[in-house]
Design a protein around this ligand. Structure first.
Ligand SMILES: [Zn+2]
Length: 324
């Protein structure tokens, strides 16, 4: 299982790199940290624990997934420093295992955001291993906010209801941890909620045009978005097998192939982060049968915001659905 080992090690290195960069880019912050350490040496461990409260310091935040990290950055702005653990769109997040390096980032976090619904079970383990953060740590679990649990489709960030709920919870948590900037967090929350409108508009437009159209997918990553548009999503058992890294049954594979060969579906939604021989084979059959394929990712790609990422995928879906 070398692929799993690699997935477990790489993100840890990325986290460390992110922390190093942040320190290098913020000499003022480093100075405050040094002051805090000095105060700690003079006054004892209690004063050191409050170094993050010094003026000019940022609130340390850890997000298990980078799309939640992006939302925290959009709400917290200059007053937060965010470390996202899953941030590589070339790895399968379902195979991720945390390393001790991941745990280190969590130790000082004042706010922790993760998905839940068994998408990132390593977070629960890490959080219990790193203690309660001195009682100053707030934890936001997306699944709890939208009433989802283990066994439900865990790709909650594709549900248009999830990010507004996460953003509200993040804004409230930041306002409590740092009341001096509450008005900034409130204003950034309002701007964030407003910026989601083009996504909702695009979903409504697609729904008006394509509700009930049959599509299929290699993995359930886009499931909630597909439901919001009202598409008829086929081959769900095959998708669950891909997600859980188990074997799809012969009849489920045959049904999937038939849907593609006989062009019973308008689009194949292809998760480019969960690829194995069988899903690549389905992509090949779709190409032969001239069923348009839409490539989607679980993890937010570098250089785009959550909003740009979602809109880009919806635009690509519109193009794929428009093909005859
Ligand atoms: Zn997935």
């Amino acid at each position: 299982m070398p692929a799993i080992t690699r997935a477990a090690r790489l993100p840890g290195r990325l986290v460390l790199a992110a922390i190093t960069l942040k320190r290098a880019a913020r000499p003022a912050m480093a100075a405050w940290l040094a002051l805090g350490a000095l105060a700690g040496a003079l006054l004892g461990p209690c004063a050191a624990a409050h170094a993050a409260d010094a003026p000019g310091a940022t609130l340390p935040v850890v997000a298990a997934e980078n799309f939640y990290g992006d939302v925290v950055k959009q709400i917290g702005g200059a007053y937060v420093s965010v470390t996202s653990i899953l941030s590589n769109p070339d790895q399968d997040p379902h195979l991720f295992e945390a390393s001790p390096k991941t745990a280190r980032a969590l130790q000082h976090a004042r706010l922790v955001v993760y998905n839940g619904a068994d998408y990132d079970p390593w977070m629960t383990k890490l959080l219990s291993a790193t203690g309660s953060g001195g009682g100053q740590r707030t934890i936001v679990v997306a699944a709890d906010l939208v009433g989802k649990k283990a066994g439900d489709n865990p790709h909650l960030w594709y549900d248009p209801r999830t990010m507004p709920a996460v953003a509200r919870a993040v804004s409230a948590a930041l306002g409590t941890a740092d009341p001096a900037h509450k008005s900034v967090y409130d204003a950034n929350l309002a701007a964030f909620l407003g910026s989601l409108k083009p996504i909702d508009d695009k979903i409504a437009a697609l729904r008006a045009q394509y509700k009930g159209q049959p599509v299929t997918a290699t993995e359930p990553v886009f499931g909630y978005m597909s439901d919001a548009i009202g598409l008829d999503m086929r081959n769900l058992r095959f998708q669950m097998a891909t997600m859980n890294d188990t074997e799809a049954s012969a009849s489920d594979i045959a049904a999937f192939e038939r849907d593609l060969r006989e062009r019973r579906v308008r689009v194949l939604i292809y998760n480019s982060q969960a690829t194995e021989a069988l899903t690549r084979r389905m992509l090949g059959i779709a190409q032969q049968s001239k069923v348009p394929a839409l490539s989607v990712t679980e993890t937010q790609p570098a250089g785009v915001s959550f909003q740009q990422w979602m809109l880009g995928q919806l635009d690509a879906l519109a193009k794929a659905l428009a093909q005859k």
